[in-house]
Design a protein. Structure first.
Length: 246
């Protein structure tokens, strides 16, 4: 039997990049997957490719009403939801002195409130399912400070704290909540010509001397989604090639 057979998963930001990798891995391991994103064409195309055990619904993670509609669609299609992967996230990088309150609010809306609404809205469905696993996709920047990335750091640190508190509060319901903290991963964002030199310099500081693959993060997500991680909750899982060990 596949690792996630009979499980139902909802993935935010699931139509491309890391989110798409999570969707594909969960589906490969047997889960029925609700793909959500604001990128409708990409999401519908992916759901069609994966077939009957995948469905797409548009979701802006900053809109609590949209969360209600997405969960209702997922439950009507596949039943109560066992797995939530809060993957949607954004970043803005510039010197701290140049950030505005609007910049901070934009990051908090997606990176913190997106997780907040997702967890709050999914909990009744997970209780109906008899338990579940919430995986919040964070970053190394949710564990350390980085020049030029201060408000992203702030949003991810906040999400890490929220993860830990909700994990403690809902452990008695057999609902686990963990965070995954990727380092540099091979996505379109690190392939742009204007940052190639920056990426190469960063690689020199990685003990494994390479950036990660989306599939390597997705394997961690699938582990946390599965019963193989049944005694892990409120914890940070790092996928960074050894950066945080230096």
């Amino acid at each position: 039997m596949k690792l996630l057979a009979d499980k139902v998963a909802l993935v935010t930001g699931g139509s491309q990049g890391l989110g798409e990798a999570h969707v594909r891995k969960l589906h490969e391991d047997g889960a029925k997957v609700i793909i959500t994103d604001v990128l409708v064409d990409n999401g519908e195309k992916l759901a069609k490719e994966l077939g009957d055990n995948a469905t797409f619904v548009k979701l802006d993670v900053t809109d609590p009403d949209a969360w209600d509609a997405a969960i209702e669609h997922g439950e009507n299609t596949f039943g109560p939801i066992d797995i939530l992967v809060n993957n949607a996230g954004i970043d803005i990088m510039k010197p701290f002195i140049e950030f505005t309150g609007a910049d901070l609010q934009k990051l908090l809306d997606v990176n913190l409130f997106g997780n907040f609404y997702g967890m709050q809205k999914i909990l009744p469905s997970m209780k109906k399912a008899g338990g579940g696993s919430i995986v919040n996709i964070s970053s190394l920047e949710g564990l350390r400070g980085t020049a030029g990335n201060s408000i992203y750091n702030a949003s991810k640190f906040a999400a890490t704290g929220l993860t830990k508190a909700v994990a403690q509060e809902y452990a008695e319901y057999n609902i686990r909540v963990n965070s995954v903290h990727p380092g540099a991963i091979q996505t379109p964002g690190v392939e742009a010509d204007d940052i190639k030199d920056t990426v190469q310099n960063y690689i020199q500081n990685i003990p494994m001397k390479r950036i990660g693959k989306p599939e390597e993060v997705a394997k961690m997500v699938a582990f946390l989604a599965s019963d193989n991680s049944s005694y892990s909750t409120g914890a940070e899982f790092i996928v960074d090639g050894g950066i945080m060990a230096t």
